[in-house]
Design a protein around this ligand. Structure first.
Ligand code: GLP
Length: 218
């Protein structure tokens, strides 16, 4: 049941949400849902990749969702990885997402190291949307999508913890044994910026959708 046809959807990339996007495309093609009034805001983008690069998150979103539904192209938003001034682009994006009132529903995956968006383990939670240096663990995990490890961008633009936590509802999808430590720490561990997803313990409306392997340490 669609309760808010003109909602703001916060979207994620990675392998975790692909099934969700397939399901949404199927429902759209079956005439059950429409995205004509929807605005989308994506979590993050690699710094230095254009939207036409096949590993950019803009490209991922076009191919996995936007090109197959009736969302208006001008209502789909992904940080601009090619912005000359990446910090200014982050500030613009943060203000824009806040001007929408943040997402009505934010979809999230989780990194093996507990990152959300590209909020990497850190000494403090980073509230604003920012440019981040990707950790070795993330570069390693994402190298499988690039021709070689050297081609994986070393930086990204990511929504900060502020606008992610500003979402009214959050749905996290986690699958596979390589997510088990992150899921355990997120749910059972202390709220700790070294495991950024643990901040979700402070959000009032989070649903975790996980398979047995991802829950195996619980
Ligand atoms: C990337 C994205 C995250 C995503 C994570 C996990 O680093 N920036 O938003 O959650 O990968 O990806 P996967 O679902 O492929 O394991």
């Amino acid at each position: 049941m669609i309760v808010k046809p003109e909602c703001v959807l916060g979207l994620a990339t990675g392998s975790s949400p692909i099934g969700t996007y397939k399901g949404l495309v199927e429902r759209y093609k079956a005439g059950k849902i429409s995205f004509a009034g929807v605005t989308t805001v994506n979590l993050d983008e690699y710094k230095g990749l254009s939207g036409t690069h096949d590993q950019s998150y803009r490209y991922f979103m076009q191919h996995n969702l936007f090109d197959h539904i009736d969302v208006r192209p001008e209502c789909t938003h992904v940080p601009n990885g090619l912005a000359e001034d990446a910090e200014a682009e982050c500030a613009r994006y943060d203000a824009f997402v806040r001007s929408l009132g943040c997402a009505d529903l934010q979809l999230l995956g989780v990194g093996r190291n507990g990152h959300i968006g590209f909020n990497e383990p850190c000494d403090e939670f980073v509230v604003p949307t920012h440019v981040v240096d990707l950790t070795e663990s993330t570069i390693e995990a994402n190298a499988r999508f690039f021709a070689s490890r050297d081609e994986v961008p070393r930086q990204a633009l990511t929504m900060g913890i502020g606008v992610i936590m500003g979402a009214k509802k959050i749905v996290m999808v986690a699958s596979g044994a390589d997510k088990a430590d992150a899921v355990y720490g997120m749910v059972k561990g202390p709220v700790n910026p070294q495991l950024p997803a643990s901040i979700l313990q402070l959000h009032p409306d989070v649903t975790l959708v996980a398979d047995k392997a991802a829950l195996s340490k619980m």
